[in-house]
Write a protein that binds this ligand. Structure first.
Ligand SMILES: *Cc1c(COP(=O)(O)O)cnc(C)c1O
Length: 420
């Protein structure tokens, strides 16, 4: 092959990329129509007459249908979705909640928000929670586990569900990054006891800010409802379940309108992303020197990125730079430089067990009988995988030619590396 661009050769690609966020790229007439509809009617609050026709309700119906679940509750974010789910399940002081070492810091923050202790466990080559690490971390205080489907790739749900059942532990799926994904035909979010979505700007589709909690249990749905609105009991017939005080996590009509328009584009965005990833994976799967992230069910992958493992950290760093020079933007996930908020070692307030008040935190409150300690090297396996991982972000608007450029560039860089 020709000389690498990083060594002065000509790059595979010079055309700029239009890599951009998935949902925001699709904002168009439908979004305008729904949002203007809200403004035209001046009805910007959800819980008024005809609650059922409010946009958050329509969005909830869409999720009930898509996931085949009984209950869906629109909220104002993914973090609040997790808080509502944990509160619904009765998770609180004295409880431990197991989470993966690689997830957005919000997963950990939600656990602490309900005053439970996050227990951080290793990920494996799927870059999701290692089921064995989950099982090994169970204590008499474990109340729930949060498998996170990171970067659109499903966690190993059969294993996690089996272990959780054996030990009587609740499962809350964090689907913030995998909206539209599935696990051997089952929509992500519908497998655990509760599922939590985010419609924040960076996610697959967006409502500006927003989230969704789903479950099949009426009592949990009611308690999530209470948690999301201190006056929830006044809006509807949820009196069968005793009320609890809530915080304000309601979704507004305008966010609901935006989210409902975007929801109608979800299947299309995911179908296009899958085709993009398939083409690239097909093109690079036999390239020497690189190993693809393990995806247990490729058919269900949301396909927001292609992740490659290199031999070691140094090789990954070189590969990343060389690929960039060939005109393919990519990220080197863990390089000790930029403090990626998705890696546990960068979650300062968790690592240092800090809350707004130092009194009665989940860690030092009298209810907590366990003993957890954190340190920034506590999950070396996860750090090792991340330190030699390269991620290439995908976009639904990538053409076959764009994908071919990625294949050519990865192949060129890998072949050059193999010769060294
Ligand atoms: C984004 C994200 C959240 C939080 O969602 P917000 O809507 O930003 O509150 C939770 N978990 C994961 C894995 C995320 O990526």
């Amino acid at each position: 092959m020709h000389k690498l661009a990083i060594d002065g050769g000509s790059p595979v690609r010079t055309k700029p990329w239009m890599f951009d966020y998935h949902g925001p790229l699709e904002i168009g007439e439908l979004e305008k129509q729904y949002v203007l509809d809200v403004l035209d009617h001046g009805r910007v609050f959800r819980f008024m007459n005809e609650v059922d026709s409010s946009y958050p309700s329509l969005l909830e119906n869409y999720y009930k249908q898509r996931l085949g679940v009984e209950y869906a509750l629109a909220v104002n974010g993914g973090t609040s979705a997790l808080i509502c789910a944990l509160a619904a399940l009765g998770v609180g002081p004295g409880d431990e909640v197991i989470i993966p070492a690689y997830t957005f810091v919000a997963t950990a923050a939600a656990v602490v928000a309900v005053r439970a202790v996050p227990i951080i466990v290793e990920c494996d080559d799927t870059l999701n929670m290692d089921p064995q690490a989950f099982e090994a971390a169970i204590t008499p205080y474990t109340k729930a586990v949060i498998p996170v489907h990171m970067r659109g790739v499903m966690a190993q749900m059969d294993e996690i569900m089996r272990i959780a059942k054996q030990h009587d532990i609740f499962v809350v799926e964090d689907v913030a990054q995998a909206n539209g994904g599935s696990y051997f035909g089952r929509p992500l979010g519908s497998i655990g006891d509760m599922g939590c979505f985010s419609f924040q700007f960076y996610k697959v589709i967006t409502s500006g800010e927003g989230g969704m909690v789903v479950t099949n249990q009426e009592a949990w749905a009611a308690r999530a409802g209470y948690q999301h609105d201190s006056a929830f009991q006044f809006w509807g017939d949820t009196m069968k379940v005793p009320s609890i005080p809530g915080e304000n996590y309601r979704m507004s009509e305008i966010n609901g309108a935006l989210g409902y328009a975007q929801a109608q584009k979800l299947e299309d965005i995911v179908a296009k992303l899958r085709a993009v990833k398939k083409q690239i994976v097909h093109g690079i799967r036999n390239v020497p020197g690189i190993q693809l992230q393990r995806v247990v069910d490729p058919e269900g992958d949301v396909s927001t990125s292609v992740i490659l493992y290199l031999r070691n950290h140094e090789a990954a760093q070189q590969f990343s730079k060389a690929l960039e020079a060939e005109g393919v933007p990519n990220g080197h996930i863990y390089n000790g430089g930029f403090a990626d908020r998705h890696i546990y070692c960068n979650w300062d307030y968790i690592m240092e067990q800090r809350m707004a008040s130092p009194v009665g935190t989940p860690w030092n409150c009298s209810e907590y009988k366990g003993n957890v300690s954190y340190d920034r090297q506590m999950c070396p396996v996860t750090l090792e995988y991340l330190s030699r991982a390269i991620t290439i972000g995908l976009n639904q608007k990538m053409t076959e030619e764009d994908c071919e450029d990625v294949v050519q560039a990865v192949t060129k860089v890998a072949e050059a590396a193999a010769k060294q």
